[in-house]
Design a protein around this ligand. Structure first.
Ligand code: AQP
Length: 333
């Protein structure tokens, strides 16, 4: 059986990178797979946060999933902390994860930066919890952006290590990353070599899903570019990070390839191309943003959707945790 697990952190607002690199693909995948979509709130407390804001962000990310086209009836949609199995399996897997594997994780190095000794254990252990999220549902496929590839490889390594240690070769499937489409890594609008990220200090580095048309236009107008017109080939485009990023965004928003975008816009100056980009971005994001606002007006309904999702997720999770406890030798009384 093929099952997908994927999630997003409710840290601040979702941006175009989250949408094009992950959410948009989930919407397509729900037709062909049994899907478990999670708002990974336990991950969100690995960085500084404000409790009331976190609570609202959990609802907002849930609304974004549904507004983008995720069907909460067909799929399981819930918040991670509502299913205790995530934390339980996290601990058991942590006891099978060598420190050397975690020491290689580049995201921890980037996020902890120079203040490594002050970074919290949760940030360091983040990839183990992510492995637990996926393996709890015995997911076979995980659609993610390119930035999560290393964490997913670690999840495969942990699954393999657990299976081998207990002589249960097929217990946890080794989850396959699904890195799809043109927009596997959307870059900052201020620096084409840096990932578009929620935690970037500059608001002008990203387009948020809730930005209105004027804000989207302003941010694209201010986006860093170079003085040359758009080239004819992808090969030439790839030598220019900011130009490449804007063309990639255009391609992903219009479900086309960068080559098709260049066939239409080669020779254009950025002023003209950015106007075209604003038009397609607003056309795609305005309905999502309007639907999010409509959904967020009834928080009770969002909470009910999450509760129902947690019950469905919990049924699968409880079964896996029970099997894991039996394998490990923990007495279930
Ligand atoms: N820039 C991006 N391009 C393509 N995909 C991206 N994703 C994130 N940024 C980009 C994908 O979005 C999904 C959810 O990500 P997340 O919320 O779990 O956290 P993240 O990857 O850490 O995202 P951010 O925006 O960079 O958050 P901060 O700044 O808080 O660390 C994942 O599938 C991810 O690949």
């Amino acid at each position: 059986m093929n099952r997908i697990f994927s999630g997003m952190q409710p840290t601040r607002q979702l941006h175009l990178g989250n949408y094009l690199g992950a959410l948009k693909n989930w919407v397509a995948l729900q037709k062909d797979y049994e899907c478990v979509f999670c708002v990974v709130d336990l991950h969100a407390i690995t960085i500084d946060h404000t409790p009331d804001v976190l609570r609202e962000n959990i609802r907002e990310v849930t609304a974004a999933y549904i507004a983008a086209g995720i069907d909460p009836e067909k799929n399981i949609l819930f918040n991670q902390s509502a299913v205790p199995g995530h934390a339980e399996l996290n601990w058991i897997l942590a006891c099978h994860t060598p420190l050397g594997w975690l020491n290689r994780m580049t995201q921890f190095k980037e996020k902890a930066g120079k203040h490594r000794d002050n970074a919290v254990l949760g940030l360091y252990a983040y990839p183990v919890l992510m492995a637990a999220d996926i393996l709890l549902y015995k997911a076979t496929h995980v659609p993610v952006g390119e930035d999560q590839k290393q964490h997913l490889e670690l999840a495969r390594d942990i699954a393999g290590a657990f299976n081998r240690y207990y002589g249960k070769e097929d217990f946890f499937p080794l989850p396959e990353p699904q890195i799809m489409g043109e927009a596997t890594r959307i870059m900052s609008l201020r620096d084409g070599t840096k990932k578009m990220s929620k935690s970037d200090e500059s608001e002008y580095s990203r387009i948020n899903l809730t930005d209105d048309a004027d804000t989207i236009a302003l941010k694209f107008r201010k986006a860093k570019t170079d003085p040359e017109p758009l080239p004819e080939t992808v090969e030439d485009l790839e030598k220019r990070p900011e130009a490449n990023n804007l063309v990639t965004i255009y391609a992903a928003l219009t479900d086309s390839t960068r080559q098709q975008v260049l066939a239409q816009h080669a020779g254009s100056q950025f002023s003209g191309f950015k106007s075209a980009l604003v038009e397609v971005a607003v056309a795609k994001l305005a309905p999502i943003s309007a639907e999010m606002n409509r959904l967020l007006a009834d928080k009770g309904e969002i909470d009910r959707i999450l509760k129902r999702g947690a019950e469905r997720a919990g049924a699968i999770a409880d079964q896996t945790v029970a099997e894991v406890k039996d394998i490990v030798g923990l007495l279930r009384v």
